[in-house]
Ligand binder design. Structure first.
Ligand code: NOJ
Length: 554
């Protein structure tokens, strides 16, 4: 998710841009609006995803410890309408139901995350291991496997144990590396006989920038100019350590893979004949994906980050760069610690060069360090989240960037999808069908370009807690009625459509794809009626629990 300070830049600079400016890249010689009919390689893996804090609920059940998100969301004013993930989708109690939804979709894999404080309540392994937490994930993993669904498991999707934040300052502190490694080893020990795909961190960009620089996310720190770089530095080291642990201690018997999931928007130069814009756009992507991927694939931060942050630090009168550095030993230890790369992608920005002078008096931060401005084309559809414009061609470009920059690694798309506003209770989500159709098609073109994409994860299986936006943005293929304490799920039209893509392993022909769409929209009207009837019933019986916040607009 983009921070709000970026929105304002976008809005100030909104431009009507000539889309043809994007047409000269080698790998998009064909018209980027054209649709490609064909199938994905055999064995391509189709999935959907979720994360622990966003869906599990049961925040204080069965011995779970507090996470930074439990504490952050209970503070007034941090989350829209002061909502929390306390019960969320009640996923903790609905393993069987949710696996049936996955079966209905015919998913090949399900991506979920483990809550660190559910397994180790304080985060420190020697303190206590919560066997009930282990049991929950055992049940989920077993149930998935019984249904031929491969688990892809993320170890860290943002819910750091609160004790580690309070005691050490969380990711600001190097001691997290060992604590995280112990937790990861516990997961390998208990689940590694069945889990073969591990993701160390989900979207560390967001952890670093939104958690420790802007403070929009837990733990809510605003350590401008240094907090994000320091958090990222420790996260990269923690990732590398866990990869090495797996490699030396577990890989031999378990034969799994360990990767990381990076999120990134694509950045397209506003004027592709202007060298400064081209460089600014490249900087945008390097400060996003490259910040983490370059050390992991090449051993050090992108040169452009070292140059820009170093120069600005000198101008501020600092003795050393605000971007920490790796020792030669660390560089070789970190380099090559990725068996597959997870990519989370939602949207694109136009980028232009913009100098942010830095002096002793000015406050430099991650955003100003980049010397660029983000712009959007007002014609881009933006059905849900304020930051999420649908720009499918950017996806193909990002995937090609990954291929050329990092030596064509094995890629799993770990997140891609679109939201709608809470106000919208419409299950006939035609715009989501359009989004998936176009983005998945651009991914297919990227595979034709030679990008080594092995799987795709629709984000997300269910509507869920959307961090600082609370429940106001719905990303789910399945609608969740949060007003009902049982949190019933209803299929949106996109379920039918995605299911057909999975069954056909692609897009067979225009006629068929149009047919799918028509049928999907037809069937969803009956789901709409079910939902409406359930709502009427729940109103009649006034069954809203008193503790549940009232969402008037639903
Ligand atoms: C990326 C995050 O990993 C995920 O948790 C979130 O739901 C999506 N962005 C959408 O904002």
């Amino acid at each position: 998710m983009l921070p709000r300070c970026a929105f304002s830049v976008c809005h100030v600079f909104v431009l009507v841009l000539c889309l043809s400016s994007a047409e000269d890249f080698d790998w998009t010689k064909n018209d980027h609006s054209s649709f490609y009919y064909g199938t994905f390689p055999a064995g391509f893996s189709w999935g959907a995803g979720s994360s622990a804090y966003q869906t599990e609920g049961a925040w204080d059940k069965d011995g779970k410890g507090l996470s930074i998100w439990d504490v952050f969301s209970h503070k007034k004013g941090k989350i829209q309408r002061n909502e929390t993930g306390d019960s969320s989708c009640e996923g903790y109690h609905k393993v069987k139901d949710d696996v049936s939804l996955m079966k209905e979709l015919k998913l090949n894999h399900y991506r979920f995350s483990i809550s660190w404080p559910r397994l180790i309540p304080t985060g420190i392994k020697s303190d206590h291991i919560n066997e009930k937490g282990i049991q929950y994930y055992d049940e989920l993993i077993n149930h998935l496997l019984e249904n031929q669904i491969t688990p892809i498991v993320t170890l860290y999707h943002w819910d750091l144990p609160q004790v580690l934040q309070e005691k050490y300052g969380g990711w600001q502190n190097i001691s997290m590396v060992n604590h995280f490694n112990e937790y990861a080893n516990l997961c390998f020990e208990r689940f590694g006989n069945r889990v073969k795909y591990w993701i160390t961190f989900n979207n560390p960009w967001s952890v670093a920038v939104e958690g420790y620089e802007t403070g929009e996310h837990a733990p809510g720190l605003k350590l401008r100019g240094t907090g994000a770089y320091r958090a990222a530095h420790h996260i990269i080291k923690a990732h590398a350590k866990v990869w090495h642990s797996y490699d030396t201690q577990w890989r031999g018997k378990q034969k799994g893979l360990v990767g990381i999931s990076l999120s990134g928007d694509w950045g397209e130069p506003v004027d592709i004949s202007n060298q400064k814009d081209i460089e600014a756009a490249e900087r945008y992507v390097q400060f996003y994906v490259g910040w983490f991927a370059t050390p992991i694939f090449h051993g050090d931060y992108p040169q452009v980050m070292k140059d820009f942050i170093g120069r600005k630090s000198v101008q501020q009168g600092l003795g050393t760069s605000r971007l920490p550095s790796f020792s030669p030993q660390e560089k070789s230890y970190i380099k090559g610690t990725c068996d597959f790369l997870g990519i989370g992608h939602f949207t694109t920005r136009y980028i232009t060069q913009k100098n942010n002078p830095s002096g002793r008096s000015s406050s430099s931060n991650y955003f100003t360090d980049r010397d660029l401005a983000e712009l959007v084309d007002p014609r881009w559809p933006d059905p849900g989240s304020e930051w999420l414009y649908s720009v499918p061609w950017g996806f193909r470009r990002l995937l090609n960037f990954v291929k050329t920059q990092y030596g064509n690694p094995m890629v799993y798309v770990t997140e891609n999808g679109v939201s709608e506003k809470m106000l919208c209770t419409e299950l006939c989500d035609d715009w989501r069908i359009q989004y998936y159709k176009d983005y998945i098609n651009e991914m297919m073109k990227a595979i034709k370009d030679g990008v080594n994409v092995k799987g795709y994860t629709a984000w997300s299986l269910l509507d869920k807690f959307e961090w600082d936006e609370g429940y106001s943005e719905r990303f789910g293929l399945y609608y969740v009625d949060f007003r009902n304490k049982n949190k019933p799920r209803y299929p949106k039209a996109s379920v039918q459509f995605y299911k057909r893509i999975i069954s056909a392993n692609g897009f067979p022909s225009q006629r068929e794809v149009e047919n799918w769409r028509r049928k999907a929209v037809e069937t969803c009207s009956s789901s709409n009626q079910l939902l409406a009837a359930a709502r009427r019933k729940s109103k009649e019986h006034a069954e809203m629990p008193k503790v549940w916040p009232v969402h008037d607009e639903v």
